[in-house]
Write a protein that binds this ligand. Structure first.
Ligand SMILES: Nc1ncnc2c1ncn2[C@@H]1O[C@H](COP(=O)(O)OP(=O)(O)OP(=O)(O)O)[C@@H](O)[C@H]1O
Length: 670
């Protein structure tokens, strides 16, 4: 978590009531969506923030002195929208209840909001199913075993494509045809530009999985196992806890789903009550898109297992709908995002009991889930499942710190499977990576030039442009639409049904650009992405790798471009072990510049103001930049100028105070 220790948000007093009308209107501007959710406009009256909300508002402290508002946009946005749907559900229940109990005095009905929250607090108090066990974060001395797993094909994988193609020729045309057929079946695309270094020589029928699972695997179009699947399957079937690291797009989802399904299919009949089956496999994913995708993959594999069901529970959808769905179609595999899972543990009758049947828990994108942003939720979830279980942690990046806290979830004798050979890159060799360094003022123009060039070169283009925050994503999407590019945007400030629709459209399409915040950075499997552009500083090395990993999946080729300002070059040493090379700047063309400037002048001022504030917040949470506040503001004002503004947008004084930016020269306040 950038920015250090987390402290409660200041303006809320201990009772959670915001009394100052001034604060309220300021907060109203800062978090309009939050106040909208509360169905309170910026009318100056006391506003009750429930206790659980107060935990969502943070002030971070650097070096114990400077305090500023910290917002993890993706997570925060998801949380707010979760609360919104949950609140709607509560209101519906309340209305029904009030309809039934028409004798309840009107005054009490009107006070329903606080009653409702009280009810939730009461429910929280009665969480007898949560153990008292605490995790103190101490490093376990006895680490698990490490397996740097190099299948015998690895050396082959290191070869260039042409060499690989001739190797295929030597080994016979028939084999090549077989392989082509497999890849075409699995991906719907020809293997002409595919590298197979992620695939092992082991076929699924060679491993000990049930005939029904094998049929499912074959029907999904998979023939040979990927390296990570080959390495982890026997260990998981043996009952081991496994931490697995494998490059992006190399089939980690199937690597944990397949053995998990096997575990369920081998459960004795006594453990399987068809009317109210317990949840046997719990998969936790950091984002909704990823959870839906994992559930879809599970459904594919379960095609011939009619008695095993899978359900997904994610924020942004109605809790009651999910409750009904789980009742109507009980499942043994549950895929969930942490926030919504916690809601079900608290609010869904019988859910906690069903969780006591968990035999396998999977943390997908484990390093992110075990990071500070999710850690508490994960600890609570782990406390809600039995101690006697198997734990699987998967990710493309496993920083040392994550290995040190693995014991939060796993037995000390867990196995560490690493399919990324030490000394080799964590990214794919078939993905060409470059970076450009240019003044902020030129970034929009450079982005536009790169996109138009790419589109002209590849009619089947499919591009993801990653931006630093949700509001900057919105701004860039607005700008590129005004430049008549075929754009979709996705970020945490969009409604879940919109996110699902756009995500599905992008999965199916070609000739489309997705402008995204980090909600698409990890795990999302969009086939055939041709180019990934990262504009501005990635949150860290891991995020750079995951974002880049949206292209070059399953051996396909791809390109990654990182656009930095000169003062962001400090990021480059953190990726200097990756094959990232400097690229020349696209030629400056006065016509393009004019076009971009004209489009910028048509972008709504409100969006520019929100982007400016979000930009300032994002870079203020980066230690390297926020150290010198005067410089930070000067840089933010460069960003403002790059949006075509002569004066920077005004920011509420309270927000600036929380950011630790009061009285910093160069800022406009309101
Ligand atoms: N054995 C296999 N043979 C061919 N394709 C496979 C195989 N296993 C998985 N795939 C395909 O590979 C693609 C990537 O899989 P998946 O999304 O699980 O990758 P990942 O390693 O989890 O990526 P990330 O690190 O980005 O989360 C999917 O489209 C999946 O269908």
């Amino acid at each position: 978590m950038p920015g250090g220790e987390l402290l409660p948000f200041r303006p809320l007093d201990s009772s959670g009531i915001l009394r100052s009308p001034r604060c309220l209107s300021v907060l109203g501007r800062a978090f309009p969506f939050k106040l909208k959710y509360q169905t309170c406009s910026s009318r100056p009256r006391p506003l009750l923030f429930p206790r659980r909300w107060r935990r969502e508002l943070w002030v971070a402290s650097i070096g114990g002195r400077e305090k500023f508002l910290f917002e993890d946009e993706a997570k925060f946005g998801d949380r707010i929208s979760d609360r919104k749907t949950e609140k709607l559900d509560q209101n519906r229940v309340r209305i029904k209840k009030n309809e039934r109990e028409s004798s309840v005095p009107l005054k009490r009905q009107r006070d329903g909001v606080s009653d409702g929250f009280q009810g939730v607090d009461d429910r929280r108090k009665s969480r007898h199913f949560l153990s008292k066990k605490r995790f103190d974060g101490e490093v376990d001395e006895e680490e698990g075993k490490d397996h740097f797993f190099f299948a015998k094909q690895r050396s082959e994988g290191g070869r260039g494509l042409s060499e690989r193609r001739s190797a295929l020729k030597v080994s016979g045309e028939q084999e090549k045809r077989d392989d082509d057929e497999v890849i075409t079946k699995a991906t719907g695309r020809s293997s002409a530009v595919e590298n197979e270094s992620h695939l092992s020589q082991t076929r699924f029928e060679q491993c000990s999985i049930s005939p029904l699972s094998l049929k499912g695997v074959k029907a999904a179009g998979y023939e040979r196992m990927t390296l990570v699947q080959e390495a982890t399957l026997p260990l998981i079937l043996e009952g081991k806890d496994v931490l697995a690291k494998a490059k992006t797009g190399t089939g980690k989802t199937l690597a944990f789903l397949l053995p998990a399904i096997e575990v369920i299919s081998k459960l004795p009949p006594g453990d399987r009550d068809p009317k109210r089956p317990s949840i046997n496999v719990l998969v936790v994913c950091p984002t909704r898109e990823l959870a839906s995708q994992a559930a879809a993959e599970a459904n594919k594999l379960l095609k011939f297992h009619p008695s095993i069901g899978v359900q997904v529970v994610i924020g942004g959808t109605r809790l009651t709908l999910e409750q009904k769905r789980m009742q109507a179609n009980p499942c043994q595999i549950l895929v969930a995002t942490p926030g919504r899972l916690k809601d079900h543990i608290k609010n869904t009758p019988g859910f906690a009991t069903r969780l006591m049947g968990v035999k396998v828990i999977v943390l997908d994108e484990a390093d992110q889930l075990l990071d500070m942003g999710f850690r508490k939720d994960i600890e609570n979830i782990i406390a809600a499942v039995p101690k006697q279980r198997q734990t699987l942690l998967f990710s493309a990046t496993v920083p040392d710190e994550v290995r040190q806290i693995c014991h939060i979830a796993m037995e000390s004798d867990y196995e560490f499977i690493n399919t990324v050979e030490e000394g080799t890159e964590e990214t794919h060799s078939q993905v060409r990576q470059t970076y450009l360094v240019a003044p902020l003022d030129n970034h929009f123009q450079i982005l536009y030039s790169i996109l138009t060039k790419h589109i002209s070169e590849d009619a089947d283009y499919k591009v993801i442009v990653f931006c630093t925050t949700a509001m900057v994503t919105k701004l860039v999407a607005d700008l590129l639409s005004k430049l008549h590019l075929n754009i979709r945007e996705i970020h945490s400030r969009k409604q879940q049904n919109y996110r699902t629709r756009v995500s599905e459209e992008f999965r199916q399409s070609k000739g489309l650009i997705l402008v995204s915040s980090d909600v698409s950075a990890r795990g999302v499997d969009y086939p055939d992405v041709t180019l990934v552009i990262q504009v501005g500083l990635p949150a860290d090395r891991e995020q750079y790798i995951h974002r880049l990993g949206r292209t070059g999946r399953t051996g396909k080729e791809g390109t990654g471009i990182l656009i930095l300002a000169p003062w962001e070059k400090f990021f480059l040493p953190s990726i200097n072990d990756l094959p990232v090379t400097a690229a020349p700047l696209p030629p400056t063309d006065p016509n393009t510049r004019m076009k971009v400037e004209r489009a910028l002048s048509n972008v709504e001022m409100k969006n520019k103001g929100s982007a400016y504030q979000a930009w300032l917040g994002y870079y203020n949470s980066n230690k390297n930049i926020s150290r010198d506040k005067t410089r930070l503001v000067a840089l933010a004002n460069e960003f403002s100028q790059s949006m075509g503004l002569h004066n920077p947008p005004a920011i509420p004084k309270l927000i600036l105070r929380k950011m630790g930016l009061s009285n910093v020269p160069g800022l406009c306040t309101k």
